[in-house]
Design a binder for this molecule. Structure first.
Ligand code: MN
Ligand code: MN
Length: 306
């Protein structure tokens, strides 16, 4: 494959990886590792169910919010806070299968005040802004740091305005972009080490089992599983079998690992079960968002990203 086909394959891999991770993890969301082991042995099949009683292949708020954000970016060629807030509000009107408390509060704040951003809040350190950040990673690939930062925070602050959420979202976007650009797993591991040196709150304290929706717990589980796993499949199975907020660890792990291993790295048996409408939207958005980015508009690359 030439470099543009490779980049496109990784972008599609990131999008489908997120959706597959959400669909696989949702079955065991809020379970402990011991409960998962007693019910499923190793949970490695997309079978639906879980506390949300999903159809096999259905996704949850993690993927749905990313798709809503992606549509908004594509409609405006940019992250426009008021448009993102409206897109999330419209999504909430669609009676989603699940919605986080902080997300709901942010959307209600927008509906009442017309303000697209929530004020800073100490309780806003959930993983809900980070989990939906993939469209921003694609649309700003190759852009200057300041522009990436603004886009990440403009979408995050619609519902989550908190230093830890901001730091986690910014880093996950940068890590995903490094993976999209073909960075080796060893170097991605070094980026994670540097991030933890800079921000000690995200350091490991042993193996993160049963990660909560707190951004630190979520990302520690994701980083450990990504570095330990030698494939998309191994890393995703590792992270969802830790239980806890498993659809969200699955979605974030799936986005990073999908960007790294590409679409080819995602097991066909998972792609075959994924909701076909969701899969089509993921593929379409991946290409269209990438085409917005500086990476696609580089003179040497123009015209080659479909
Ligand atoms: Mn979810
Ligand atoms: Mn979740």
């Amino acid at each position: 494959m030439d470099s543009q086909s490779l980049l496109h394959d990784r972008a599609v891999g990131a999008y489908l990886g997120m959706a597959v991770g959400d669909a696989l993890g949702a079955t065991v969301e809020f379970m402990t590792p011991a409960e998962i082991a007693s019910v499923h042995g190793v949970h490695d099949r997309i079978v639906g169910g879980g506390w949300l009683k999903l159809r096999p292949g259905a996704v949850t708020d993690d993927t749905e919010m990313a798709l809503a954000l992606g549509d908004s970016i594509l409609a405006h060629d940019d992250v426009v806070p008021a448009a993102v807030a409206q897109a999330f509000s419209d999504w909430m009107c669609s009676k989603p299968v699940d919605i986080g408390n902080t997300v709901r509060r942010g959307i209600v704040h927008y509906r009442h005040s017309g303000e697209p951003h929530v004020p800073y809040h100490e309780q806003g350190a959930g993983n809900g802004a980070c989990m939906r950040s993939l469209p921003v990673a694609l649309a700003t690939l190759g852009e200057p740091d300041q522009r990436i930062r603004r886009a990440v925070l403009d979408q995050a602050h619609v519902t989550h305005h908190n230093t830890l959420s901001d730091d986690g979202s910014l880093f996950v976007v940068k890590l995903t972009q490094a993976a999209l650009s073909g960075t080796s797993r060893q170097v991605l591991g070094a980026l994670i080490d540097q991030f933890q040196s800079r921000l000690p709150a995200f350091r490991y304290h042993g193996r993160q089992q049963h990660p909560s929706g707190f951004i630190v717990d979520t990302l520690v589980a994701v980083f450990q599983a990504f570095i330990a796993g030698g494939s998309f499949e191994a890393a995703l199975i590792d992270v969802v079998n830790r239980g806890g907020d498993a659809d969200t660890t699955g979605a974030i792990l799936g986005m990073i690992a999908g960007a790294h291993y590409g679409r080819q790295g995602i097991p066909i048996r998972w792609l075959n079960v994924l909701d076909s409408d969701v899969a089509q939207r993921c593929e379409r958005q991946a290409g269209a968002l990438l085409a917005l980015s500086a990476a696609a508009n580089h003179p040497l690359m123009r015209g080659q990203v479909s």
